[in-house]
Design a protein around this ligand. Structure first.
Ligand code: C5P
Length: 221
């Protein structure tokens, strides 16, 4: 099949984990590496898109992609908000921490000094915020990693966050996080689509980009 181009399209991508600090040496994070979002950034770049990547974690930035490194969910939100108006679409692949410690201690908390219970507060939902602030010409793709009833939950997420599509990872058996090969099932307002994969992450990213470019083409013609 012919390779579809997204020449000149401006795509904002979030990827990687966020880190929510308790003090200068302790942090809350998750097992995401950011590999899938980095492969998506490469795949969009390779079909001519102008990509801005907002990246958490320690993986090296992909060549030819403007990358902004962030640490916390709040920083990721601010970086995305500053870039959203100049983007045609958002791909939210980041594993954003859902909670952060209520307080950030300026100095290392000594053993026995701090409370033994950690109080957490919610972080902003970056995808929901950008989606709520979007123009009619902007598109929004989200990801879901659920261990049960994943297609039903994805359909609910699609509606709740106002997305064009949710790409669903089945995280049972420790797949997805840090794994080499992966499968993604796109869910749109029309329901679930045939799964993409199993494929290595770089190939899977190309499949996602072609799937989405095809839908964009249909939608715009
Ligand atoms: O609600 P849930 O966390 O399952 O949604 C996952 C999707 O929302 C992913 O696309 C993720 O990048 C995005 N998300 C976000 N900000 C959050 C939580 C999730 O952008 N605080």
């Amino acid at each position: 099949p012919k390779l579809r181009s997204l020449r000149g399209r401006r795509v904002l991508i979030t990827s990687g984990p966020t880190r929510e600090d308790l003090d200068p040496v302790r942090t809350l994070t998750n097992r995401s590496t950011g590999a899938m979002g980095i492969e998506l950034a490469r795949a969009f770049r390779d079909v001519g898109a102008q990509v801005q990547l907002v990246l958490g974690g320690d993986l090296p930035a992909p060549w030819g992609v403007e990358t902004l490194r962030v640490r916390s969910a709040q920083q990721m939100l601010e970086a995305c908000e500053a870039r959203w108006a100049d983007s045609d679409g958002l791909v939210a692949a980041a594993a954003v921490a859902d909670q952060r410690p209520e307080a950030l201690a300026p100095e290392k908390v000594k053993k026995g000094d701090g409370p033994e219970t950690l109080v957490l507060v919610r972080t902003p939902d970056i995808l929901a915020r950008l989606s709520a602030a979007r123009r009619a010409d902007q598109w929004v793709l989200g990801f879901a990693a659920e261990s049960e009833k994943h297609l039903e939950q994805a359909a609910a997420k699609l509606v709740k966050k106002g997305l064009d599509a949710v790409l669903v990872n089945d995280v049972q058996d420790g797949r997805a996080f840090g794994a080499q090969a992966n499968t993604l099932t796109p869910v749109t307002a029309q329901g679930p689509h045939p799964p993409l994969g199993p494929l290595a992450k770089d190939q899977l990213a190309r499949a996602v980009v072609q799937w989405w470019a095809h839908r964009l083409e249909a939608r715009e013609s």
